[in-house]
Design a protein around this ligand. Structure first.
Ligand SMILES: [Zn+2]
Length: 162
């Protein structure tokens, strides 16, 4: 018997000039990035919060506060690996992951495969257990005006009953 738990995470970051743009661990060749204390990888942050939420733990800001200089510009895959370690310590294994990213720019479709490989490595699961959908906000609201990028993530985790 296993206990199955679900978690949801959401994150949003505004665009900022002359910052690296990192999404799902993939760096894009753009002259703009996302504003933030870490590398501002909005997809990976939403994923971290989904995992933490599924485990009933506090959010990413609790574990990695932006007041801590050691997290300045940190690679969010390091944060994700630490979140996965937190779950493993509590006896959870990760089932599948489903991420939606909302971005008017850049074009993401050709990079989703790379993101899956990087995220699968950080999560310790197969890339086949990761889904990523890229969409736009159809010109509506601030996301649609291209002011930033948002991401939602849903995860399923399991704990085996001893
Ligand atoms: Zn974030």
């Amino acid at each position: 018997m296993a206990t199955i738990r679900i978690g949801h995470g959401y994150d949003i970051h505004a665009f900022a000039p002359k910052r690296p743009l990192v999404l799902g661990g993939v760096t894009f060749d753009t002259d703009y990035g996302l504003d933030g204390h870490s590398d501002a990888d909005v997809m990976t942050h939403a994923l971290c919060d989904a995992l933490l939420g599924a485990a009933g733990l506090p959010d990413i800001g609790h574990f990695f506060p932006d007041t801590n200089p050691s997290f300045k510009n940190i690679d969010s895959q390091i944060l994700l690996k630490r979140v996965v370690a937190q779950l493993h310590q509590r006896g959870f294994t990760i089932g599948n992951v489903d991420i939606s990213v909302i971005a008017e720019k850049p074009r993401l479709i050709n990079r989703l495969g790379e993101m899956k490989i990087i995220l699968a490595n950080s999560l310790g699961i197969s890339a086949e257990d990761i889904a990523i959908k890229a969409t736009t906000n159809e010109g509506l609201d601030d996301l649609g005006k291209g002011l930033g990028i948002a991401a939602h993530a849903v995860v399923l985790i399991e704990k085996s009953k001893l």
